[in-house]
Write a protein that binds this ligand. Structure first.
Ligand SMILES: Nc1ncnc2c1ncn2[C@@H]1O[C@H](COP(=O)(O)OP(=O)(O)OP(=O)(O)O)[C@@H](O)[C@H]1O
Length: 284
């Protein structure tokens, strides 16, 4: 089943626009939503959650239109925004008592289970929690109202490597049963190498590629060659860098014909993002 279906979202701000943003997340999987600063990740996430109104497009969750079934669907969606602090002077238990009144299917047993699992102390104030604990608390709330779709904006930013690793393990555990799906945005690509099944890449408000992780990188090749041979292939490269050893460029696999003049390698996610961000040749 398709858990989240984002169809042709368009949203225009004065200096930025989302253009025909579309992608699908199947149930039981983790999708990493990547893009550079200002690429449109948060705007897309807010559009999915109806926190901003779009100019056109449609969101379907478990086959149902978000516009027509928002109240019902929000019961099954858990979301967390990194770096946002609400009610910081309240204790965890006070905030939980307010939060649970919004949800019909609040499950106190699950809540207790996850509070213990994540070693959260209910008497602590939100302001006293570390960044990692805040993310975990958001997850506890989402999981305790039976959310089947978790939408997390930069959940790992601000975490140290150990806390990040810990959280990524939690994500993997959560989807193991095949019921829960996770969409999380990040620009830390190593998170995705470890944890994502699918990757969706947004650049300047447009989806460049959305696919299973292996297929995603397989769509591209990094090419090395001599500067003298650059002219033969320049027009087909997404971008390139020149240095004293020659050039390195990124190309769509379908646009590359193997040749003795060029060496190729499969790029990693970071390299793909870097080459897309380069409009002109740069010396390195
Ligand atoms: N309410 C708004 N009014 C006008 N412009 C906005 C508004 N919200 C966002 N933008 C612009 O939309 C663009 C995309 O912002 P967005 O926060 O979606 O990017 P992002 O990919 O989440 O970036 P980051 O990784 O830095 O969080 C930015 O240029 C931002 O200034």
């Amino acid at each position: 089943m398709i858990m989240l279906d984002v169809k042709n979202l368009n949203k225009k701000f004065p200096h930025f626009q989302l253009s025909d943003v579309s992608f699908q997340l199947p149930q039981g999987y983790i999708m990493g939503f990547i893009g550079l600063n200002g690429a449109g990740k948060t705007t897309t996430i807010k559009s999915i959650l109806n926190l901003i109104s779009v100019d056109s497009g449609e969101i379907r969750i478990m086959g149902k239109s978000m516009n027509e079934h928002e109240v019902e669907l929000k019961q099954t969606v858990g979301y967390a925004f990194g770096n946002v602090d609400f009610y910081t002077r309240s204790k965890i238990k006070t905030l939980t008592n307010v939060f649970k009144t919004f949800y019909d299917n609040w499950n106190e047993e699950s809540y207790r289970h996850y509070i213990q699992k994540f070693k959260l102390i209910e008497d602590k104030k939100i302001a006293e929690l570390s960044t990692g604990m805040k993310v975990k608390y958001s997850l506890v709330l989402a999981l305790s109202h039976g959310a089947k779709l978790l939408i997390l904006d930069e959940p790992t930013s601000g975490l140290d490597p150990a806390a990040r690793d810990d959280l990524l393990d939690v994500f993997r555990e959560l989807v193991q049963g095949g019921e829960i799906s996770i969409l999380f945005s990040t620009h830390i690509t190593s998170d995705l190498e470890k944890c994502a099944d699918y990757i969706t890449y947004i650049h300047d408000g447009r989806i460049i590629n959305s696919a299973e992780k292996e297929d995603f990188v397989d769509r591209y090749r990094l090419i090395n060659g001599r500067v003298e041979d650059l002219d033969h292939i320049k027009d087909r490269l997404i971008s390139y860098k020149v240095n004293s050893f020659g050039f390195t460029g990124l190309i769509l696999t379908e646009n590359f014909t193997p040749s003795a003049a060029f060496k190729t390698a499969i790029p990693n996610l970071e390299e793909i993002m870097i080459y897309y961000s380069k409009k002109e040749a740069a010396h390195v």
